[in-house]
Design a protein around this ligand. Structure first.
Ligand SMILES: [Zn+2]
Length: 110
């Protein structure tokens, strides 16, 4: 039987009594999707011609990059996976990025 432990508090997670939560985080470089033509935004319609050309260039460059790569995730995409106990899951969801809250907030939670 597999044994898990919480990646935050290191507490062992007993699958028979504890709920194990899995957090998956994918970090990758954003590739701006071309906007839908005819979008309600009036400003994008004015330079639609340029826009389409840019889109074409973008698509071509993506194709080239894909050919150069062994796998789609060769561009620095990182996939992280954590096992969390129930308590840490709740804490994580409250502050997924670990941003330091004001001391006031910490105080009131304790
Ligand atoms: Zn935990």
């Amino acid at each position: 039987m597999l044994h898990y432990s919480c990646d935050i508090c290191k507490r062992p997670i007993d699958a028979t009594t504890d709920v194990r939560h899995v957090v998956k985080i994918e970090v990758f470089q954003a590739v701006e999707e071309a906007e839908e033509p005819g979008c309600c935004d009036g400003t994008s319609r004015a330079d639609e011609g340029d826009h389409l050309e840019e889109m074409q260039d973008l698509l071509e460059s993506i194709d080239e990059r894909d050919l150069d790569r062994d796998d789609a995730f060769g561009d620095g995409t990182q996939s992280l996976r954590f096992d969390l106990c129930d308590a840490c899951r709740q804490r994580f969801l409250r502050n997924p990025l670990g941003i330091k809250a004001g001391k006031k907030l910490d105080f009131s939670q304790n």
